[in-house]
Design a protein around this ligand. Structure first.
Ligand SMILES: [Zn+2]
Length: 530
């Protein structure tokens, strides 16, 4: 464990202890710990409410509970109260007392429920019945439990004794979710229901893509968690557990008090920084597949994956696991390569899940190379799709987390090991090198052969047969490849089969006589696949 995480944990414990101490001694030391101006303002506000009871709807059986105090620079005071009636919370019974610097009533604000009197605080409908009904009103929540609470509900101005029941469980995408159901405790009639968990938008200071927005979830305790309520994925700190040991339940969910995450640095001591990139880039990948191909998540079932950052120690890698339906990313090698959470890397790993759920290309021989190439292709397309100003679309793979790049598409052999052209030897290469043929094909079909500069990067793509190839743009080629992967390829497809599959897909999408069909075939021939 790194020193920084030990320090974080120690701080957390100290803060917890301080809170507990405050709770225990709050009754006696409350006035000593709070600002004197605040207590004086509250005392004056209570007196003002009592003196102007009709204005605030204040009467027998009510108690005021201080919620917030705002003291303006000029001394003006705004004291906010919730109220109870016969000890029950009054929903819609809140009020604000506005006072001048000397505590004299200046104005009042009150919610609709300022007359909380109800004939009886004994419910005619038993708690168990309302709890069961609440479960019925919260479909789509699995493993649900419900907690009914008796309240006076007066949000529309008419006070009623009511059961406010919180249903908690798991949502359709595996995320923690909840719903609040309010029913009349006298008649059993439904009053209102609403989501208990609040989706939120956080700000992340990322390593690779500048400042980004994050889809987060506000939890019951008010803190925010890296649970994407739209796409359903969850980002966790693996706490340096090795990749082989990670299970879905491993690690720690990222939570944060202010929904502002990370410090924007590579090799950061703030463990949330890599999580910012991972969480945001998983969302980009999900959105790419959803908005481009209508695919809902890796398995096309709407479910989000679990994403682990800080896997292993100096693990310069990332990995997809079908077994735990999770992505794992390492921290890089500690010197040159930072955390493996950049856009194309995340897109690459998630695509392994897509491949597994579709063609399921065997991870050895030529099908293994096609599997890797598919991940490189769609990882790259995610990068183009995100259109980020810092991490621009390019045909360099893992250029951010393995600078200057790990693999490149225009001439894969420039990495010293990948194949540019198909030959019988390709089947015996490591899958990360036999992928070169597929990547080279994708580049030629998209951009064409020869030299060109895109987004500031210079490329020069040769052909294996001396031909000149004209590209049709990577969006069309990606659409063809996606259809080939999901409709025509199987677990044992080799390069020759991939040519046939992609030509079938091009025929389906653009017609057998189309320029797109011709370009796909010409690009395969240019990498010696015929
Ligand atoms: Zn891979």
């Amino acid at each position: 464990m790194s020193p920084s995480s030990a320090r974080r944990r120690a701080l957390g414990t100290a803060a917890l202890a301080a809170t507990a101490a405050l709770l225990l001694t709050g009754v006696t030391t409350g006035s000593a710990t709070a600002a004197p101006g605040r207590d004086a303002a509250v005392a004056r506000a209570r007196a003002n409410v009592a003196r102007h009871a009709a204005l605030f709807g204040y009467g027998p059986g009510q108690e005021l509970v201080v919620k917030d105090v705002v003291l303006d620079q000029d001394g003006t005071q705004h004291v906010r109260f919730d109220r109870t009636y016969q000890g029950l919370p009054v929903v819609g019974g809140d009020l604000v007392v506005h006072q001048d610097a000397r505590g004299r009533l200046a104005d009042s604000s009150r919610a609709r429920g300022h007359d909380p009197k109800v004939p009886s605080t004994r419910p005619a409908v038993p708690a168990q019945r309302s709890a069961a009904e609440a479960l019925g009103q919260a479909p789509g929540i699995s493993g649900a439990t419900s907690a009914p609470e008796l309240v006076v509900w007066a949000a529309d101005g008419t006070a009623r004794l009511a059961w406010r029941t919180t249903v908690s469980g798991t949502g359709k995408q595996g995320q923690p979710t909840g719903r609040v159901v309010v029913t009349d405790a006298t008649t059993g009639a439904a009053i209102e229901s609403y989501d208990a968990e609040h989706s939120a938008t956080g700000t992340g200071h990322s390593e690779y893509t500048g400042d980004v927005t994050l889809a987060t979830t506000q939890q019951a305790d008010g803190s925010y968690a890296l649970i994407d309520p739209v796409r359903g994925h969850t980002t966790k700190d693996a706490r340096n557990l090795s990749a082989g040991s990670v299970k879905t339940t491993s690690g720690t969910l990222y939570t944060d008090a202010d929904n502002v995450w990370g410090d924007g640095r590579k090799f950061s001591t703030d463990r949330a920084t890599a999580a910012v990139d991972a969480h945001a880039n998983t969302a980009w990948t999900y959105d790419y597949y959803k908005n481009t191909f209508g695919r809902s998540g890796i398995k096309n079932d709407g479910k989000g994956a679990t994403v682990f950052v800080h896997v292993g120690t100096n693990w310069d890698n990332a990995q997809w696991s079908d077994a735990c339906f999770c992505m794992m990313t390492g921290d890089g090698n500690g010197t040159v390569d930072p955390e493996q959470v950049d856009l194309d890397t995340m897109g690459h790993e998630m695509t392994h899940g897509v491949t597994s759920a579709t063609a399921n290309l065997r991870y050895s021989g030529e099908s293994g190379g096609l599997n890797e190439s598919t991940s490189d292709i769609f990882g790259t397309m995610v990068e183009f799709y995100a259109n980020n100003a810092v991490d621009k679309g390019d045909y360099l793979f893992s250029d951010q987390s393995t600078p200057p790049w790990l693999r490149r598409f225009d001439q894969p052999s420039l990495d010293g090991a990948s194949a540019d052209c198909w030959s019988k030897k390709v089947a015996r290469l490591d899958v990360h090198y036999s992928s070169g043929v597929g990547n080279h094909w994708f580049y030629l079909a998209s951009e064409g052969s020869g030299a060109r500069t895109l987004n500031g990067v210079a490329y020069n793509s040769p052909t294996c047969n001396g031909s000149a190839v004209t590209g049709i743009g990577n969006q069309k080629v990606a659409a063809i490849w996606y259809r080939a992967l999901t409709v025509y390829m199987t677990s044992t497809t080799d390069y020759k089969g991939a040519r046939t599959a992609s030509l079938n897909a091009a025929r389906d999408l653009y017609g057998a006589g189309s320029a797109e069909y011709a370009a796909v075939g010409a690009a395969w021939s240019a990498v010696s696949v015929s």
